[in-house]
Design a binder for this molecule. Structure first.
Ligand code: SF4
Length: 335
């Protein structure tokens, strides 16, 4: 039976960050001033091996996890990632095996990922305006390169494909409708994400947040929307469908409409720490017991204990005081 945490939430999703490295420097996640050439990324020998990740994932699945998402940094930078996907795809009980990527390397890897057993992908694309997008990735990558990556993923059958766009006031909020229009009728689901105070390096201010209600109003004026029910309890995005049948969008509203009450997500860091909240300041080391020879049963009991004591609900408690607390970086733990 899946363990419950202190708020009665069951384990359902496992997010696995396989690297803290990225080939983008999005200021809202990995500002280049801080993550420059001198930044010390996690060294290879400190990373969990694919066998260790797969073993932990198998134990998590035994505790109720059905959805596994690979993240980073940029997960496609980790060598031979298809080997890990092959191991995870074999795990009975994994109903949804997905990956979040910035899309730049999809033309190179999409068919391999699909052949290894990946079900679908989520691609980050914050704007279709080339100038805005280049500023938002801060490494000069253009929109066309990501659209080519999306086409490669669609051609490889990695669907339903979702596109994530972080919305920042005065940065890309004037380009949301273009993004919605572009994918309207294509089957691709765009999810608009409120700018979050993840980590402590992105200069987050509440004034820069465009509330979910405003995002929906803005798109509804151009492409009329109506609300949709969640696919499953605890689903992160609130769903809206186009009244004309052109598909749906999602809105992720961690700041203005927190959803901690249904949060069923555990996160595993590249070097094997378990985090029970995206806004946590510390994790629980699983690599040491793994490498010390603990049995599956011992690890299962430890995870059950850790989840059982969980009472995270940062977004519900967010305040001027909480935003001063130390928090792990998005580029380290993934979304
Ligand atoms: S703030 Fe933490 S507890 Fe709340 S939804 Fe996000 S990850 Fe879950």
């Amino acid at each position: 039976m899946a363990p419950k945490d202190k708020m009665g939430r069951r384990l359902h999703d496992l997010r696995i960050s396989v690297t803290d490295r990225c080939n983008f420097r999005c200021p809202y996640c990995m500002p280049k001033e801080l993550f420059g050439p001198a930044f010390e990324f996690i060294q290879r020998q400190q990373l969990l091996t694919y066998e260790e990740i797969a073993r932990l994932a198998r134990i998590f699945v035994g505790l109720g996890v059905e959805k596994v998402r690979l993240t980073g940094g940029e997960p496609l930078l980790r060598r031979d990632l298809s080997d890990l996907i092959r191991l995870l795809a074999k795990l009975p009980g994994v109903r949804d095996l997905t990956l979040t990527t910035n899309g730049l390397l999809l033309p190179k890897f999409a068919t391999h990922l699909a052949a290894a057993g990946l079900h679908r992908v989520t691609v980050s694309l914050d704007s279709l305006d080339d100038g805005v997008f280049r500023r938002m990735n801060d490494v000069g990558v253009g929109v066309e390169e990501i659209l080519t990556g999306i086409d490669a993923a669609l051609a490889a059958g990695l669907t339903p494909l979702k596109v994530n766009a972080v919305v920042q006031r005065g940065v890309n909020d004037h380009t949301l409708v273009d993004l919605a229009r572009h994918f309207h009728g294509s089957g691709v689901i765009v999810r608009f994400i409120e700018f979050m105070d993840v980590g402590t390096t992105n200069g987050w201010r509440l004034d820069d947040v465009v509330p979910a209600s405003e995002i929906v109003e803005c798109i509804d004026r151009a492409l009329p929307l109506e609300p949709l029910r969640a696919n499953y309890p605890g689903e992160v995005a609130r769903r809206w469908r186009y009244r004309d049948g052109g598909g749906e969008i999602g809105v992720i509203s961690s700041v203005t409409q927190p959803f901690c009450g249904g949060c069923t997500r555990a996160r595993l860091s590249p070097e094997g720490k378990l985090f029970t909240c995206l806004f946590a300041s510390a994790g629980h080391d699983l690599r040491a017991p793994l490498r010390a020879g603990d049995s599956d049963e011992e690890l299962r009991q430890q995870l059950t204990r850790l989840w059982g004591t969980r009472d995270d609900r940062y977004s519900e408690l967010r305040s001027a005081q909480t935003t001063r607390q130390p928090r792990i970086e998005m580029s380290y733990i993934g979304g």
